[in-house]
Ligand binder design. Structure first.
Ligand code: SF4
Length: 204
């Protein structure tokens, strides 16, 4: 596996930020099992976890003003480095005034052992959470979280809490992976939580 310091990389007209390769899950479908990079990036396996200074330098290599959105995503779970997300988000907001999104497995409260949603206020514009399935048992089998069966309810509780502090909270499933009945159940979960449901393409 080739390791490089690909900290910031382009996806469509957005800049994605790769802070860690750690993740609380071991999803059966994780892209990392079959590839080491995305369309326009070099390897996303990091030779070490970047410092704030390294992230700042990585941004400076891009014409940030010409991109639409900054997205914490990468080859790992971004909230494994939640404190750095906050530091980088402050810098991005003050320097580039861009909307900021976190793509997450929704287990950030368990990972950080505290409720992280209040700290996102005025920094994070969108949180996109992988719901994967409306069924807690299937979720457990699919994502194989280190937190076990409590991960599903914790993910939903995080979504509900995030809605109080973040303008856009989205739960996602992947197109073609669920039956129409399962998608309807996902919609119901989102309606009950007051968040948006999005069926997304496979690599997004
Ligand atoms: S949450 Fe994302 S990075 Fe983590 S194992 Fe699942 S697909 Fe991979």
């Amino acid at each position: 596996m080739k390791k490089e310091m690909t900290i910031v990389y382009k996806v469509h007209n957005n800049l994605y930020v790769n802070l860690t390769n750690r993740c609380s899950c071991a999803c059966t479908f994780c892209l990392r099992q079959t590839r080491d990079h995305m369309e326009d990036s070099n390897s996303l396996w990091l030779s070490h976890e970047p410092s704030f200074e390294e992230v700042k330098e990585a941004f400076e290599a891009f014409d940030v003003a010409s991109y639409n959105e900054i997205v914490f995503c990468g080859f790992g779970e971004p909230t494994e480095r939640f404190d750095l997300i906050l530091e980088v988000s402050k810098y991005v907001k003050e320097t580039y005034h861009k909307p900021i999104r976190i793509n997450t497995n929704g287990q950030g409260d368990l990972i950080n052992n505290r409720s992280i949603a209040p700290e996102m206020q005025r920094l994070i514009d969108t949180v996109s959470i992988s719901l994967n399935t409306p069924d807690a048992g299937k979720y457990h089998e699919l994502v194989r979280s280190e937190f076990g069966e409590k991960a599903f309810d914790a993910m939903l509780a995080f979504a509900k809490e995030a809605k109080k502090y973040v303008p856009n909270v989205v739960l996602t499933t992947v197109a073609t992976t669920l039956t129409p009945q399962e998608e309807a159940a996902c919609q119901k979960i989102c309606d009950d939580l007051g968040v948006t449901y999005r069926i997304r393409p496979w690599e997004d």
